[in-house]
Design a protein around this ligand. Sequence first.
Ligand code: ADP
Ligand code: MG
Length: 159
Amino acid sequence: SPFPILLAGPVQQGFGRGGKELGCPTANLPDESITPISSVAKTGVYYGYAQVLPPKDGKTELCQDDIRVHPMVMSLGWNPFYKNKVLTAEIHILHEFKSDFYGYNMNAVVLGYIRPELDYTSREALIDDIEIDKRVALNSLNRPEYEKYRTNSHFDLTC
Ligand code: ADP
Ligand code: MG
């Protein structure tokens, strides 16, 4: 198994294509930061843990709870903007944030695969599937063996 896969980078602006409308904003990692997964894994939906780190100058809208390690679901897919030549990784953190965190560093540990990318005929079908993905992620991360990854040295545990 290729897991755990460690990813890190500053959160990028995406196309804002309705992530928030779907109730599922996804924080985009920069292209150059996804090689650890794009070189070993197929496209699809994954689960793991992620952490958003406040800027070094300490000025942030985020609260202490926001910067803890949280469960996440991640989509790894081809980016249509680059004519499907570039893979993108987008992470939805299973936590309600006080504010957006564009530009903040995000660390992630990818621990398992949920499903391939699917085509949806309706918005409702997509929303339903995302809800299933979140439940699968939380159920999987409940296994005691995964607890050690929450406290992986990849994360800042002083938060
Ligand atoms: P974009 O196309 O710019 O990625 P989204 O609608 O996908 O737009 O929103 C993503 C942004 O929302 C993230 O970059 C982050 O700043 C913010 N955000 C707020 N809550 C979350 C969350 N729970 N998971 C991921 N991103 C979140
Ligand atoms: Mg997004």
